[in-house]
Design a protein around this ligand. Sequence first.
Ligand code: PGA
Length: 254
Amino acid sequence: MTNKLKYFVGNWKMFGDFRSISILNRLHNFCNKFSKQGKRYKVIFCVPNSLIYFFKKNFKSNFVYIGAQNCHHHYDSNGPFTGSESAGMIKKIGAEYIILGHSENRATGDTNKIIKNKIKNAMEHKLNIIFCIGENLRQKKSNKTYSVLKKQIKESVQKKFNPRNFLFAYEPVWSIGTGNVPKPIDLIKIFRFIRKELKKSFGSKKKFTVLYGGSVSDKNIGAFSSIQEIDGFLIGGASRSSKKFIDIMKKYYK
Ligand code: PGA
């Protein structure tokens, strides 16, 4: 099994309350033991903004990091945007990571340009960005996967951005929450393509960390673990259960 650093990122979406801290506590206890076996991994939980400050105050862990799931794109930290939160506000309450470009936010109006502005703001406030890209079913069926990914990268990434502040997540929209996952052979090709496009857009030879997201579960994680191109996983549904999340980690390293 690889000794490369791997990422296991939970995306709670609209889930959780203060009691959900027990999920994080169980994860922490598991990681505490698991790390002693010499595995190199990082666990990040992206939770609703309503929980970030509470978790930062009440959950101390050197294994599990806390992130947010989105922010407003306005360049200033304050502004007339009812119900919105800026990257600056989110950083202040304790988040270290932020998901941007998730397809569920693209579906409600986030364009590549809006996402670029969000990335800029998040970088300014020293948040690490989990930047999601992925094609939908219609685009996949009409063989547009590669052109969609290329456009999403090109229109949201600028040369001046530092790739060190990023984790990239390939999340095919048709796979999210459906139980359907891409074939390993397709994933290998797509991951290589994404890295090539990232190199072009960042103008950098740096190594890029690219995760896979979409219906990852304890049932299918085994098939992913032999794909060296994948640096980790963005996990939605299964991250709401500490047991399922822990099983994913255990089975990945089996
Ligand atoms: P899923 O969600 O694991 O429930 O498919 C992944 C995501 O939306 O990030």
